[in-house]
Structures are given as structure tokens and as C-alpha cells.
Design a protein around this ligand. Structure first.
Ligand code: NAD
Length: 486
């Protein structure tokens, strides 16, 4: 019988007395205390605007099962709302509201003009067949349609823990069947397969954004030298918790583009460890072939009972990419990493953060670091509502302009480019190039906004508070523009 991966999060939750949403609100309050906004406005930004709880029946192997689902729209200051849908046994109202709130702040930080939302179904997807998951997903979508909790201009879900492009395709298909007259129906959900209206680069977007975010933070000497580290990712030793969409892609980019050394990977059923480094692609291949990362021949297998102790192994960067509350008040004193790069949402509890801060460990906060997914979801939504593939209009034009430039340079210098050089310079940007450069630019700009607040504003204790200050400022401005708070 598989030990549900959720068990760990449950254990962590039991360790911690602070509920997840309260933990987010504590971080909010720390930033709000540094700002000079009316109390009512801050309250309006903090609270969750609208919540839907539903229980619906689904026939599973001849029996009726009653399934619980939620959708929370944290903020309507900008519409549509945006946020993933999670399938996990840990899902409850508190978790969904906390995650929806994080989405609001995240969107503000990366200048995505959406409010935050989150949805979830309380199931362990491993316990269901593909066909059963399809039935559950379609039924949940119908519930959302009936209550106006989904729609291109209202609320646009995306993948999260336990869901991916497959589920998003089912959601889009169900929505289009109910709203055949909505010309923008495809924009009702993002993270779809490319053949069904998705955008190239969405699958890896969160992990790639995590890489860009870490790269940017580690390029600042003032931030990394006090940790006893040299700037740059090259040679940094990284432990990854969660080898799913976000963890796998982040590890891959850190290794392949940044030259980091991945010393350990932790999964729900145990961990693998090799101080000399683990080849991420090779480990992914091993998992595809065997169904687990365990018993990977080029690393030591750590059994389930000792799995969480791997979080405490020596490393430069600890990258939690599984679930929330993984670094809590009990293991925080033993964490040896110099940097915690929050690829997951809420992996560090507020109580743990105080301990980490005292110990001088740098936390790169989730509301900035894992925003790559929503940035590229925004690009997908724009593609869907504009009904044109990104780059379609300009690709040929740019290639022709490049051609003219090359000819001019060749004429003026009397020298000819090699066919390879010509090919490189001629190429106009395709959809994937545009998505990647848009994501990179966004993550770089967002980091420097946060870094500037951290450095320049009085009393800002860490990057997380700086990120919250950045978000609250932008949301408050949006409310002022709406004229609600004169
Ligand atoms: P996923 O389901 O693709 O992967 C999660 C992985 O974590 C799975 O492989 C699972 O087996 C593993 N896991 C579960 N419990 C574990 C444990 N105790 N120890 C180690 N591994 C464990 O989910 P994902 O989409 O990669 O999401 C991971 C985190 O990133 C979540 O917090 C999610 O909210 C956040 N996030 C995801 C996206 C996205 O675009 N998918 C965007 C932003 C944030």
C-alpha cells in the first residue's frame, strides 16, 4: 500500500500550531506595519473575497463517492482571478484560502493584472484511474461553471500540485461544451496542452522562473557574500524536495544552465543522495522506467523513515518544491542550507522563518520565486483572447530585417558570414523564444524591485517582507485607481 505523500504535510501541519492562512497573514502584517495605508484598505487587501465549497457525487468502481472541492477567489481588485487547482488529500478551506492569497501577492509582484485564486479537490490522484480522474475533473468544472467560479474574464485556473496539462484540457473541453457561444472560451483555463490552445513553454515555466530568480538573487554580492558564498550558481550544492513539475524543471535548469550540483532529491517515498552530484535527466529516466527515484544506481537510497532528515543535510541551496509547511519550527534549527529557495508555495512556516532569520539563512520567497507559472499563464491567456499565436505577426518581418542588416554589414565590411553565423542571425523569434524572454525579463525586473525595497526602505527585515511591501503597494494603488479608497 503506498504511503501517501500527503502524510508528510499532515505531520508537518500537526507540528505547527499556526494554520497556513494565518502564517501568510502574519507575513502580510509584518509588511503592512511598515506602510502608511488606511486600516480598512489593508484589511480589504488581506481578506479572502469569495469562497465556494462543494461536495459532489462521482461513481467510482460501481460505488458513489462524495468528493469535496473548493475554489477561493482571494482578490477581485483585478479580474479575472488566477490560480491553480490542486489534487491532494491535504486540501481544505484554510489551505485553499492561503494559496489564493499568495496568488494575489504573486500576480502583483510580477505585474500580472489578475487577482489571486486557488482551487482544490480533496483526493489522492494516485488512488484513481485516468478515467475516474477525468470524471471527477469534469464534474468539478461543471460545479464551477454553475456558480460563476470559472470563465476567461472571471476566474482562470491552472495546474498545481497533482494536476497538469491533461486536467486543464478536460476543464477547457467541459467549459467549451457549456459555453459554445463564448468566443474566448479557451482562455477559461491555462496550462493546456499546446495542441489545445496552450502556449509553448508553460510546462517548464515555474521551474525555469525559479532558476532565473535564484540566478538573479545569487548575482548580488551584498546578498551572498555574508552567507560565505561567492556570487553565481556555478558549483553551488543543491538539495531538491519534490521531483514533480516544479522541482524537476528547476533542478534541470539549475544543473544544465547554471552548473549547480544536485546532491540530493527527496520524493514522497524516500530520497537519493550523492555528494558528487546526481544527473537530473538520468534520474528522471530512472523514475520513468521504475516508477520511483529510489534505487537509482548512481546515488545512495535513503528510505522513507529517514526521508525528511535529508532536508537537514549540508548544502548551499535547499529547494523545497513539494508542499507547504515542510520547514517548520522543529526542523528549522537543524537546517544546514545557506539559502532556502522557495519553489513550493508556503514551504516555510512563519515560526520557522523567525528561526532561520536569527540563524542568518537567506530565504528567497515563494511569492516571487515561483511566479514563473502565472507569468506564462498570463501569456497563454493573452494568446487565447487575441486568437493569435505569439510571434506570428512579427517572425517573418524580423527575419527580413535581419537579412537586410546582414547584407548591409557584408557590403560595408567586404566580409561574408559563414552559413552557421548567417542562420543564427537570421532567425526571427518563435513562440517559445518570446515566452522565455518575457519570463526572464519579468523575473529579473521583479527581483530588482524587491531587492531595491529591501535595501532602501527602512525597517524591512528580509526579502519576504520586501516582496509583501511590493505587492501591497501595487494592490493599494489599484484600489485607489478604482476609486474605492479615496
Ligand atoms: P507536482 O504534483 O507536479 O509535484 C510535486 C512532487 O512532490 C510530486 O512528485 C510528489 O510525489 C512530491 N512530494 C509529495 N510529498 C513529498 C514529500 N513529503 N517529500 C518530497 N516530495 C514530495 O506539483 P508541482 O506542480 O510541481 O507543485 C509543487 C509545489 O509548487 C506546490 O507547492 C505548488 O503549489 C507550487 N507551484 C506550482 C506551480 C505550477 O505551475 N505547477 C506554480 C507555482 C507554484
Amino acid at each position: 500500500m503506498p504511503v501517501a505523500e500527503e502524510s508528510v504535510a499532515t505531520v508537518a501541519k500537526e507540528h505547527e500550531t499556526t494554520p497556513f492562512f494565518e502564517s501568510v497573514n502574519r507575513n502580510f502584517a509584518r509588511a503592512a506595519a511598515l506602510l502608511n495605508y488606511p486600516r480598512g484598505l489593508l484589511e480589504q487587501i488581506r481578506v479572502c473575497n469569495k469562497v465556494y465549497y462543494v461536495q459532489f457525487p462521482v461513481r467510482i468502481r460501481g460505488e458513489i463517492q462524495v468528493i469535496q472541492g473548493w475554489r477561493a477567489e482571494h482578490s477581485h481588485h483585478r479580474l479575472p482571478c488566477k490560480g491553480g487547482i490542486r489534487y491532494a488529500e491535504t486540501v481544505d478551506l484554510d489551505e485553499i484560502m492561503a494559496l489564493a492569497a499568495l496568488m494575489t501577492y504573486k500576480c502583483a509582484i510580477v505585474n500580472v493584472p489578475f487577482g489571486g485564486a486557488k482551487g482544490g479537490i480533496k483526493i489522492n490522484p494516485r488512488n484513481y484511474t485516468e478515467e475516474e480522474l477525468e470524471r471527477i475533473t469534469r464534474r468539478y468544472t461543471v460545479e464551477l461553471i454553475q456558480k460563476n467560479f470559472i470563465g476567461p474574464s472571471l476566474d482562470v485556473p491552472a495546474p498545481d500540485y497533482g494536476t497538469g496539462a491533461r486536467e486543464m484540457a478536460w476543464i477547457a473541453d467541459t467549459y467549451m461544451a457549456f459555453r459554445p457561444d463564448d468566443i474566448n472560451a479557451l482562455a477559461c483555463v491555462t496550462g493546456k496542452p499546446v495542441e489545445q490552445g496552450g502556449v509553448r513553454g508553460r510546462t517548464e515555466a515555474t521551474g525555469l522562473g525559479v532558476y532565473f530568480g535564484i540566478r538573479e538573487a545569487l548575482s548580488v554580492p551584498e546578498l551572498v557574500r555574508p552567507l560565505g558564498l561567492e556570487p553565481g550558481i556555478e558549483g553551488k550544492r543543491v538539495i531538491v524536495q519534490g521531483f514533480g513539475n516544479v522541482g524537476y524543471h528547476a533542478a534541470k535548469f539549475l544543473q544544465q544552465e547554471g552548473g549547480a550540483i544536485i546532491t540530493a532529491v527527496i520524493e514522497w517515498d524516500g530520497a537519493v543522495y550523492n555528494p558528487d552530484g546526481i544527473d537530473v535527466e538520468d534520474l528522471a529516466r530512472h523514475r520513468r522506467e521504475t516508477g520511483s527515484i529510489l534505487h537509482y544506481p548512481r546515488a545512495k537510497t535513503i528510505p522513507l523513515e529517514e526521508r525528511d532528515s535529508v532536508l537537514e543535510y549540508e548544502c548551499d541551496i535547499l529547494l523545497p518544491a513539494a508542499l507547504e509547511s515542510q520547514i517548520h519550527r522543529y526542523n528549522a534549527p537543524r537546517i544546514q542550507a545557506k539559502i532556502i529557495a522557495e519553489a513550493a508555495n508556503g514551504p516555510t512556516t512563519a515560526a520557522a522563518e523567525e528561526i532561520l532569520e536569527r540563524r542568518g539563512i537567506l530565504v528567497i520567497p515563494d511569492i516571487f520565486l515561483n511566479a514563473g507559472g502565472v507569468v506564462v499563464s498570463y501569456f497563454e491567456w493573452l494568446k487565447n483572447i487575441s486568437h493569435v499565436r505569439l510571434g506570428r505577426l512579427e517572425k517573418r518581418f524580423e527575419e527580413r530585417t535581419n537579412q537586410q542588416l546582414i547584407e548591409m554589414v557584408e557590403r560595408l565590411t567586404g566580409q561574408s558570414l559563414t552559413p552557421r553565423e548567417r542562420q543564427l542571425l537570421l532567425r526571427g523569434p518563435g513562440e517559445e523564444d518570446l515566452v522565455r524572454s518575457g519570463l526572464e525579463d519579468t523575473m529579473i525586473a521583479a527581483f530588482h524591485e524587491i531587492w531595491h525595497i529591501y535595501k532602501e526602505r527602512k525597517g524591512v527585515p528580509n526579502l519576504r517582507t520586501a516582496a509583501f511591501v511590493c505587492a501591497i503597494d501595487k494592490i493599494a494603488t489599484a484600489y485607489f485607481q478604482l476609486g474605492i479608497f479615496p
